[in-house]
Design a binder for this molecule. Sequence first.
Ligand code: OGA
Ligand code: MN
Length: 287
Amino acid sequence: MLKKRLKAEQAQSNVCADIAGFDFNDYDAHDIDEVRHYWLTYGVLRFKNTRITDADQVAFSRNFGEFVIHPKQLQEGGHPTHPEILVISNATQDGKPTGAMGNSEATWHTDTWFYERPPAGAILRAVKIPPSGGDTYFLSTYMAYETLPAALRKLVDGRQIFFQNVYDKTGKLRLGKTEPTSKDFREWSGMVHPLVRTHGETGRKALYLGGTADKAWIVGMPLDESEALLAELWDHTTNEQEVFVQQWEEGDIMMWDNRCTMHRRDSFDPASIRIMHRTTTSGERPI
Ligand code: OGA
Ligand code: MN
């Protein structure tokens, strides 16, 4: 039994808890175990108003697994001195982006769903926040699965889903990919994952929709049926779930479990600057 030193207080919804009492400059293995326990319990944790450095963030993240390098870290999202950090920013220097994602909306997704082993965790810290906009929303894909009507649940259990990995959601070619020759996206390069995945640590089942219903296919199902079912599943997941809304303040950290949650981000005024530093930890192949 864990002897509890930290406090986890449910924030707004079942999806997220605020962690109080964690000192990023003075913690031990026991404290990390507690954070992990709450992370697995809630799916999303918030640490408010931290005043930590990039090096502190990297050191903290190291306790939760190997780092994953996002392809954007090799492009505009690289950090000048910490290769473990993905910079999410709309700021430019000499007309060039100094981070990933710009100022636009990011629609509901789980991170890098088109990888063989999508990351388990993301730790996102607000470095600079615009006066308005850029809120981040979270939902639980455990809940999405558990609240499926029985008829839908029957249709998804045991199914696999194919995600193409040639283009990103904005239609840009992903790093290292070339234009496919086939008109049928199901013949493109991509990844197959279970549509209902069992979390490697909690054993709970979660619906796994990836990042977009566009050019995804429930393997073996006629395409029109697959598209109709995916539309229904997306609607169920994003419209009927409890959502946690993070309105950022500088220093806030959101730490999510990418195996059982989805998130989205609002757009914001391009004339203002928003800078976030993210570390990412490795996960198991979905089963
Ligand atoms: C991410 C992401 C949202 C944000 O880091 O994966 O989607 O609020 N970011 O910047
Ligand atoms: Mn994301």
